[in-house]
Design a protein around this ligand. Structure first.
Ligand code: ATP
Ligand code: ZN
Length: 293
């Protein structure tokens, strides 16, 4: 009989491991370890987590061994390859593990657009993504596939350029390399398989997706309140960053002024408050949002 619990595959250790657990906890799921460090069980929902190598996550999900996975878009994209389409679906981006897959070369390399790669050797752990990029640009470069430590390839004369993940750029700097071109923007994503879920797992699955959406949406979002001249409303709506239609309520005994409440999806800076103040708004409050759904 198939398991009555929903399974989510996450990275066991590495850049996404802790943040995946943080997200799951922020979604209100209480975790206890089981099976040593290989799994967690959620106490307050029928969900288990499996901790595996990130490269294995797409396979787990594609085979239906796990119902969801949390993995870098780069790993999914490297695997999805037309002929071998396993129907994995990116459900939502998760807002952490951001990085770019870049073409980089030693500082001083004269990069005359991507066509400068013609005839060169490019080292990477992402041969499929690189091959697709080269094909789309009709470029003819040799792909040197490595298992890791791609950044040393130019020094070892294995390749003239590399195609590797970059987040802060510190690794490139430390190796005297410079990024010239981005071929993929990546972050951690929630992925699911192509098939339908067993009916008894759907509730748990819906709750995972809705709660994750809430956590991701509330990160950085703020609740903004103020009193404002009624006439300044259009201007205020213009200024509020990433707000949907704000709530406008009357103020007792004042026909010319209203209270404005809005959820702002983007950061609210001091400059924003100054701009609001300049429209005549007063008593401006910016509050953190704990949960959102
Ligand atoms: P595993 O042992 O699970 O195979 P790994 O060494 O392949 O781990 P990590 O280095 O932990 O993987 O990276 C996991 C993911 O983190 C990457 O696939 C990518 O989506 C993301 N990431 C974010 N920033 C970077 C970066 N600067 N370099 C590499 N990966 C990054
Ligand atoms: Zn890996």
């Amino acid at each position: 009989m198939k398991s009555q619990r929903l399974h989510i595959a996450i990275q066991k250790s590495g850049r996404l491991a802790e943040k995946s657990l943080d997200l799951i906890r922020a979604a209100g799921f209480r975790l206890t370890r089981s099976a040593g460090d290989l799994a967690y069980s959620v106490e307050n929902a029928p969900i288990d987590l499996w901790c595996v190598r990130d490269d294995d996550i797409p396979t787990f999900v594609a085979d239906g061994v796990a119902d969801f996975g949390i993995v870098g878009r780069n790993v999914l994209a490297e695997r999805a390859d037309g002929a071998n389409d396993d129907g994995l679906v990116e459900v939502m981006p998760l807002g952490f593990g951001r990085c770019r897959l870049c073409i980089a070369a030693p500082e001083g390399f004269v990069y005359d657009g991507a066509r400068g790669l013609n005839g060169l050797r490019v080292a990477t752990t992402y041969p499929n993504l690189l091959r697709r990029f080269l094909k789309a640009r009709r470029l003819d470069a040799d792909i040197v596939t490595m298992r890791g430590a791609v950044e040393v390839a130019p020094r070892l004369k294995l390749a003239e350029a590399i195609c590797d993940l970059v987040s802060t750029g510190a690794t490139l700097d430390a190796n005297g390399l410079e990024a010239f071109e981005t071929i993929l923007e990546s972050e951690a994503v929630l992925v699911r398989g192509a098939g339908d879920l067993a009916p008894e797992l759907r509730r748990a699955a819906d709750s995972v997706v809705a709660r994750f959406k809430g956590v991701v949406a509330s990160q950085g979002a703020k609740y903004v309140m103020m009193n404002a001249p009624r006439a300044a409303l259009p201007e205020i709506i213009e200024i509020l960053p990433g707000a949907e239609a704000p709530t406008v309520t009357p103020l007792a005994g004042r026909d010319d002024a209203v209270a404005v409440h809005a959820v702002c999806q983007e950061s609210v800076f001091w400059e924003t408050l100054e701009a609001l103040k300049a429209t005549g708004a007063s008593a401006i409050l910016v509050l953190p949002i704990e949960k959102m759904m």
